[in-house]
Write a protein that binds this ligand. Structure first.
Ligand code: C2E
Ligand code: MG
Ligand code: MG
Ligand code: MG
Length: 280
């Protein structure tokens, strides 16, 4: 890390930092052509009713497979896409693709689509939603948009107006990763979210008997109930966690216990099977 350049001069250099910047630059270049090269695709993760365990929705989760970089995690390329504004065209593609797919599902199954703050700040965000709905033929009430608390950090009013526009279309809005951001309860008063998604970290904490996590989940469930909002617990990995979450009064559950994010072919097969069962 510290290299002797001779003459008693020591220069600090950071090979790891350098590699990261270089890797980032390469990744950004590849991401710029990812859409055109058909390298993006969607996975879908089931969300179930906590009591009946019936399917209520699928969350669309974008994936990127590149010849040079392999499968790149969204945790890595979404922040990069946000920094470079590539999230705007990528987000449009996700919205259209997710609506197209959901339009082929049974009416009672909704689709959840993640939206970044950068997308909401685009003046034509609502137009892209209108377009995705009309091109796919999806009923607006079947689309739920997921945003995180980070939308309230910048231009909160612009973001709020954009969300109100899509709510006026009949879509709903969920507050994702609740409790992990710079939470301020004030905006729960300003925007009528349909769902609060309790972050996976609280579910994990609760399953390890953390009194704080349990108290926070209980408080969020009670608060959501009084506000007329529902709750979804994220990251439920075991039957024990599912039972605990259900007993705490969460309305919906998402997590590996009920299903991992799956490729579109698998989703189609699920519905094909259930059709066969119904007609049999
Ligand atoms: P998110 O919206 O909170 O999505 C849930 C993440 O938790 C997903 O990670 C999912 O695979 C993971 N997960 C679900 N159940 C479990 C579980 O039981 N255990 C564990 N350990 N993890 C679970 P993923 O797919 O890697 O996505 C990460 C994040 O990337 C998402 O978090 C979302 O913020 C963002 N993202 C994904 N797709 C999109 C997109 O199309 N647009 C935007 N703007 N962001 C997206
Ligand atoms: Mg989400
Ligand atoms: Mg989440
Ligand atoms: Mg998350």
């Amino acid at each position: 890390r510290v290299k002797d350049e001779g003459g008693g001069q020591f220069h600090e250099y950071e090979p790891s930092l350098h590699a990261t910047a270089e890797e980032r630059r390469k990744l950004e270049l590849s991401l710029r052509s990812a859409l055109a090269n058909n390298e993006l695709f969607l996975n879908f993760q089931p969300v179930v009713n906590a009591r009946s365990e019936n399917l209520v929705s699928f969350e669309a989760l974008v994936r990127w497979k590149n010849p040079d970089h392999g499968i790149v995690s969204p945790a890595k390329f979404i922040p990069l896409a946000e920094d470079t504004r590539l999230i705007v065209p990528i987000g449009q593609w996700v919205m259209q693709e997710a609506c197209n797919e959901a339009a082929t599902w049974p009416e009672y199954v909704k689709i959840n689509v993640n939206v970044s703050p950068e997308q909401l700040l685009e003046p034509d965000f609502a137009t892209t939603v209108v377009q995705a709905l009309s091109r796919s033929g999806l009923t607006p009430s079947r689309l739920e948009i997921e945003v995180t608390e980070s939308i309230f950090l910048r231009d909160a009013d612009v973001a709020r107006r954009a969300l109100e526009q899509v709510m006026a279309l009949g879509c709903s809005v969920a507050l994702d990763d609740f409790g992990t951001g710079y939470s301020s309860l004030g905006y729960l008063r300003k925007l009528k979210f349909s769902t609060i998604k309790v972050d996976r970290s609280f579910v994990q904490g609760a399953s390890q008997n953390s009194a704080e996590s349990l108290a926070i989940i209980n408080a969020v469930v009670a608060m959501a109930g009084s506000l007329g909002m529902t709750t979804t617990a994220e990251g439920v990995e075991t039957a024990e966690e599912a039972a605990m979450i259900r007993d705490m009064g969460c309305d919906k559950i998402q997590g590996y216990h009920f299903g991992r994010p799956m490729p579109v072919e698998e989703v189609r097969a699920v519905f094909k099977r259930s059709e066969t069962i119904r007609t049999a």
